[in-house]
Design a protein around this ligand. Sequence first.
Ligand SMILES: [Zn+2]
Length: 424
Amino acid sequence: MENIPVCYDGVKAYDTSRPPLRQPLPFTWILGLGSRLMMLGQPYRLEKIRMEGLKPPYILLSNHMYFVDFYLQFIATFPHRVNTIATIDGYYRRPFLMEWLGCMCKRKFTTDVSLVRSVRKVLHQYGDILCMYPEARYSPAGTTAILPDSLAKLVKLQKVPVVVLLHHGNYLHTPFWNYRQPRKVPLYTTMTQVLTAQEVQEKSVGEIAAILRQALDYDEYRWQREQGIRITEPFRAEGLHKILYQCPHCGAESRMESKGARLTCAACGKTWEMDELGQLRALDGETEFPHIPDWFQWERSQVRAQLEAGTYQFADDVEVYSLVEPWKFRKLGMARLTHDAENGLVLQGSYNGRDYCICRPPLSMYGLHVEYDYCYLRPEDCVDISTEDDSLYCYPVRPNVVTKLSFAVEELYKLKKKRPATLP
Ligand SMILES: [Zn+2]
């Protein structure tokens, strides 16, 4: 299918290839001290491991759960300058500020060749910290999201130490599916040098990838249980149906609902309750998945089975807003979004009297950016489909379908990568 970009009549796309500025030291201080101020009243602990004597340049990889990750990152790296890879919507209405902070702009799940050049500039010309959130979005179920294949290669090429900032509690405090109602949870962050410059030199890309995968492995519900953290807020399961969209009892999709501490399937009526330690229990009959990430993984396996059987297909009308440049979202109106094993994601619509068609074939995207309650636009579920110079935020008409769509994008990429010819 042919890619036809949206016609904007003279609007220039934001240039994501511009090289990052070196972060001015006063900003480093404002960020470090401001972040401490923002954390007043929130209990947190930061532990540094194998960090003695380590000075920039180094690559900092962090897991991503909520905005508080940034405060903890600036506290952990203070007083050193940090250049962070950020996404275009982080630039919304403040591109100058983001540029001054030394951020590097990227559109989600796109290939950006200029990024490697920017990375090299930060590490080898400025001698500063390069910070990346390789999951590229907030963790949906409190476990590690997908990591890009290119990460270990990038590390190997740069020949600098790698530090992993692993946050715990941030997801439980403000889960992606209900970040507007924070819970009382203590935060704990480790900052670990996982690879010295010499280790990067000595190890193969495969060995580096394995080390990074292990260092970035986390499961917030396991951590909650091990630490005995009780979340007593009565609304603790509200919003959980956004990630647990399929009923394991009757198999119905997009019919789950949540209220208070309970999750219910509107199709068969089965109800589960979330206890204070984050475990689920069926009110009647068998508890299929007491551990939330297991339920989440089961849904993924269902999507994968549909893809393997050739029965998977997604099609819906979507309302589209675009962020071609960071000053304003443009309302593009209704369009048609389809996803299948042959063409991948295809978005077809019309704007300014001209048709557009955005195609992202299966192997061009290893993940999909999902928002459950998007703070910049309508507070509802949407997906962001980006190209190198545009980002299209699509709100499906059908409720609670975006998590499945993100599984399908990931699983289709994996399947096509493994055996491109045999997939139906
Ligand atoms: Zn059901």
